[in-house]
Write a protein that binds this ligand. Structure first.
Ligand SMILES: [Zn+2]
Length: 344
């Protein structure tokens, strides 16, 4: 492809094609299962994600088939996908050892795909953060099986990401050079958001801001300056409310700066955001605010609220080639600790 810029998509989700009956095995529900596949007349294939017999979401073949994904990547001009599970699979509510077994199952699946296609896929694991000691154990195993980092939720049950229970885990991520991708999940206020898909439109951006603010004010970034964290959906509502957040820090330090005396604005440019904002003006502002070296293409492939042609917004914008290179792969490589040559 002429003028093609090497493209890495850091935000894509994948599932195993067959999921064992974990609810039956563990003796309680809540785990996702896949209803048997439906072959459509046009030759495509889909399946229903079910939780305790209740329909959650219909997914297409590209959600589990690496072959289908490679075909679509080729069509879209995506050279590498970073694979992570779907946030509904975090299962932080499960019993500790069950959460570990569940995580291992999902991680082995992603690791195998990456091992078989090392030039096209990079893996992020999932860990049972409800049991931080086991999460560290699985993080170490993820590293051994070739994963470059982990995807975690925007909170873990009653813990925000500044919670002291999670600090050793983040320390281990820094020490092992495992990158962290923070994805909103279990959205706040859902009970008041029954209509209009509001948990996804309002709750998710708020969750991501919750995660960023918790890590800033809790001093996680301050204490772990080499921890590499990327947040989904362009940082949710955080970037557009940074003025308010900083003003809050200035006018009520007694409430805001109790665990970290440093101005939240100082952390802009110290973590990564994906580019998934669906809006030129917003992406331009993000580049101004945190710098093109900290924004990496993320599409949320293969889901409809994502960018259905990954990189389309970046590619159509009037930006210098240098900025596009950062957004399309350099920021991602830096976050993952990889060199482009790794994929060539
Ligand atoms: Zn996503």
């Amino acid at each position: 492809m002429e003028n093609h810029i090497f493209t890495i998509d850091i935000h894509t989700h994948i599932l195993p094609e067959v999921i064992p009956d974990f609810a039956n095995k563990f003796g309680y529900g809540g785990f996702v299962s896949l209803d048997k596949k439906i072959h459509k007349p046009d030759g495509s294939c889909c399946a229903k994600m079910m939780i305790d017999g209740k329909f959650f979401r219909e997914i297409e073949e590209n959600c589990w088939s690496s072959k289908k994904r490679l075909e679509e990547c080729k069509n879209f001009g995506v050279d590498v996908q970073v694979l992570s599970t779907i946030p509904v699979m975090f299962a932080y509510w499960a019993q500790a050892n069950d959460g570990l077994e569940w995580s291992k199952f999902l991680n082995d699946h992603i690791a195998e795909i990456c091992t078989n296609n090392p030039k096209y896929f990079v893996g992020l694991g999932t860990v049972p953060l409800q049991a931080p000691r086991l999460a560290i154990q699985e993080l170490e195993r993820c590293k051994k099986i070739g994963m470059r980092g982990v995807q975690i939720g925007s909170h873990v049950n009653d813990w925000n990401l500044n919670d002291e229970h999670l600090f050793d885990f983040f320390t281990a991520c820094q020490d092992l050079e495992m990158s962290v991708f923070v994805h909103p999940w279990e959205m706040m206020g859902q009970e008041k958001m029954q209509k209009y898909w509001l948990p996804w439109l309002v709750g998710m951006p708020a969750e991501t801001s919750l995660a960023i603010c918790s890590m800033i004010f809790g001093g996680v970034f301050e204490k772990l300056p080499h921890l590499k964290v990327a947040f989904a959906h362009g940082g949710g509502s955080f970037p557009s409310t940074i003025g308010r957040i900083e003003h809050g820090y200035n006018c009520r330090p007694d409430l805001v700066a109790v665990d970290n005396p440093i101005n939240p604005r100082n952390y802009l440019g110290k973590f990564w955001l994906d580019s998934l904002v669906h809006d030129e003006f917003t992406l331009k502002n993000l580049i101004e605010l945190i710098g093109e070296e900290k924004i990496a293409l993320g599409s949320d492939y293969p889901f409809p609220l994502g960018e259905n042609i990954p990189g389309k917004l970046i590619n159509k914008m009037r930006l210098s080639n240098e900025i596009k290179e950062n957004l399309l792969h350099k920021s991602a490589l830096d976050w993952l600790g990889l060199k482009k040559e790794y994929f060539l």
